[in-house]
Design a protein around this ligand. Structure first.
Ligand SMILES: Cc1ncc(C[n+]2csc(CCOP(=O)(O)OP(=O)(O)O)c2C)c(N)n1
Ligand code: SF4
Ligand SMILES: [Mg+2]
Length: 350
């Protein structure tokens, strides 16, 4: 069996500003189970990168271990990639970002990879406001190791062969808000219309952008008793509003109903339009976002969409004043301050 995608493409496929078709952002043929939510998320990532006209070699995709962490093989085949150790993706992302701030860092993780073994790593990447997009493909189970409940499985939810889960779920957006995250969103793998603009906004945000995506595991956790099944999520998802992302280069042609939309200019000049926001949520107010999450959780619904964004986010580069040039481009003259400066430093310490 070949996992290579056939090279032939119709000559008239639409191209983006760089002249690339969507196929230029695809990867190998997926080996995940047919119908797995993770494949739909990969499709949304491909679409977002194509529509944003990002040079594939300007992206670094990083992951841990799990079916979700395998997914980067199936998109952005021309980008940099690092499939790390279970739960350790944030450390690798931190090191890479500190060495080269010119790339767009796209982390892909699972609920097991993030909310159990990788919890410590995840929390510190948020606390430092590392400039990256962090997508959790959240199926409430360990898909790769045959469907055990994960820490994001809801209390009472049961997988295909399992008993009802006796423990409460860790809510990743809620945790991220509490830790000071500057961009928090939740979506559903089956809702590309919502997910694609959220990914684009996350990619344009300066700082840590968490997108928790409910992504059903069709093999182990898509049954009637599961709260991470396609049917349950479709019936219980409640959007904060609709999101529309207009890249900096494009003219804004749509008009928006006043009073029902808010416009946010992103760091690069792109514009994010939020329409018909839920009445109980101000996505620019952390306390309001926390309350809205809690209210929806208590009511048994899943709040999706943009939950919170800090428009004045200061990312780790800004806080640490890191080198604007990638470290591998620095020469001796940049790194060695010279004898005179060293003498002065030594003198000042005597
Ligand atoms: C250090 C270590 N511990 C345990 C494992 C076994 N293991 C592999 S994947 C996985 C969990 C995957 O779950 P998740 O991150 O939710 O990904 P999914 O497969 O559900 O997409 C575990 C426990 C491992 N590979 N490495
Ligand atoms: S086991 Fe579940 S998570 Fe893994 S590929 Fe299959 S459907 Fe997807
Ligand atoms: Mg999982």
């Amino acid at each position: 069996m070949s996992y290579q995608v056939p090279k032939f493409r119709h000559p008239e496929l639409p191209v983006n500003e760089l002249g690339y078709t969507r196929a230029d952002y695809e990867g190998a043929i997926s080996t995940l189970c047919a119908g797995c939510g993770h494949d739909s998320i990969s499709g949304s990532i491909v679409r977002a990168c194509h529509e944003l006209s990002i040079e594939p070699h300007k992206i670094a995709k990083l992951s841990g271990i799990g079916c979700s962490s395998k997914a980067p093989t199936y998109f952005l085949g021309k980008s940099h990639g690092f499939n790390s150790v279970h739960g350790r993706m944030p450390s690798v992302a931190t090191g890479a970002a500190m060495a080269n701030r010119d790339l767009l860092y796209l982390g892909v993780s699972g609920d097991g990879d993030t909310a159990s073994i990788g919890m410590g790593q995840f929390t510190h990447a948020i606390r430092r406001n590392l400039n990256m997009v962090y997508i959790v493909m959240n199926n409430g189970c360990y898909g790769l190791t045959k469907g055990q409940d994960s820490a994001t499985a809801d209390e009472g939810s049961a997988s295909k062969k399992g008993d009802p889960n006796p423990f409460g779920a860790i809510d990743l957006p809620g945790l991220a808000l509490q830790l000071g995250a500057t961009f928090v969103a939740r979506s559903f793998s089956g809702d590309k219309g919502q997910l694609v603009p959220l990914i684009k906004a996350g990619m344009t945000h300066r700082g840590f952008a968490l997108i928790d995506v409910v992504s059903p595991c069709v093999t182990f956790n898509n049954n009637d008793a599961s709260t991470k099944s396609y049917e349950f999520v479709r019936e219980h998802a409640e959007a904060t509003g609709t999101v529309d992302f207009v890249p900096m280069r494009e003219e804004i042609t749509t008009s928006y109903e006043p009073g029902h939309s808010q416009e946010v200019t992103m760091h690069d000049g792109s514009v994010l339009h939020l329409h018909k926001l839920a009445e109980d949520l101000d996505p620019f107010d952390r306390a309001s976002a926390m309350l809205a999450l809690e209210r929806h959780r208590a009511a048994g619904s899943i709040l999706t969409g943009l939950i919170y964004m800090d428009k004045d986010s200061r990312d780790l580069h800004e806080v640490l004043d890191t080198s604007r040039r990638p470290l591998n481009g620095l020469g001796e003259e940049d790194l060695c301050p010279g004898n005179k400066v060293l003498q002065n430093i030594n003198h000042s310490l005597r």
